[in-house]
Design a binder for this molecule. Structure first.
Ligand code: COA
Length: 168
C-alpha cells in the first residue's frame, strides 16, 4: 500500500451502510419479458448492477467500475405487471473496492404480496479522474448483524482474489 493511499484514506470520513443504501423500484413492462411473460434474466442483472453501483458511488462519492458479480440464482419467475424492488447496501470495503449486497423482491400489485426472488453480491472499485483505483471511506457498522455480514464478506473477497489469480 503506498504512503499516499494511507494519507488519502485518513482524510476520508467513514460512513455507515445506511448512508449509502439504495432502494430502486421498477415496473415489469412487456419489453422486459420473455415469450412466457416473465422478466428477462438479463434485464434483472442490469437493474442489479445499476442499484448496487449507485450504493457504491454514494459511499465513495466516485465513479465506480464493476469488477465482480457473484453467482445469481433465480428463485422464482417475476411476471409482467409486477413491481421489482431492489435493495442495495454496502457490506464491506477494502482500500478501493467495495462489496454490495442486493436483495431483489417481486411485488404483486393486486395482492400486495412480496417475495424475495434473488440475492447477489457485487464488487466495485472506486476510480479517480484518471480511471485508477482510489481509496474509499471506511464502513462504520451500526449493528452486530452488519459486523457478521462484513466478516462473511471478507471471506468472499479473499475467495474472489484467489479465483482471479488462478484465472490469470
Ligand atoms: C477497475 C480496474 C481499473 C482496477 O484495476 P486493477 O488493475 O484490477 O486494480 P488493482 O489490482 O489495484 O485492484 C483494485 C481493487 O480491486 C480489487 N479487485 C480487482 N479485481 C477484483 C475481483 N475480480 N474481485 C474482487 N475484487 C477485485 C482489488 O482487490 C483491489 O481492492 P482494494 O483496493 O480494496 O485492495 C480494472 O480492473 C478494470 O478496468 N476492470 C474492468 C471494469 C469494467 O469494465 N467493468 C464493467 C463496466 S463498469
Amino acid at each position: 500500500m503506498s504512503e499516499n493511499f494511507v494519507i488519502d484514506r485518513e482524510n476520508l470520513l467513514g460512513k455507515t451502510p445506511s448512508e449509502s443504501a439504495v432502494e430502486m423500484t421498477e415496473l415489469v413492462l412487456p419489453n422486459d419479458t420473455n415469450l412466457l411473460g416473465n422478466l428477462l434474466g438479463g434485464r434483472l442483472m442490469h437493474w442489479i448492477d445499476i442499484a448496487s453501483a449507485m450504493a457504491a458511488s454514494r459511499h465513495s462519492n466516485k465513479i465506480v467500475a464493476t469488477v465482480s458479480v457473484d453467482s445469481l440464482d433465480f428463485r422464482h419467475p417475476v411476471r409482467m405487471g409486477e413491481l421489482v424492488i431492489l435493495k442495495a447496501r454496502l457490506t464491506w470495503v477494502g482500500r478501493s473496492s467495495m462489496e454490495v449486497m442486493v436483495k431483489v423482491y417481486a411485488e404483486n400489485i393486486k395482492s400486495g404480496k412480496t417475495a424475495l426472488t434473488n440475492k447477489a453480491f457485487l464488487t466495485f472499485v472506486a476510480l479517480d479522474d484518471n480511471c485508477k483505483p482510489t481509496p474509499v471511506p471506511s464502513l462504520h457498522f451500526e449493528t452486530e448483524e452488519e459486523k457478521k455480514i462484513a466478516q462473511a464478506a471478507e471471506i468472499r473477497h479473499l475467495e474472489r482474489l484467489k479465483r482471479k489469480s488462478k484465472e490469470e
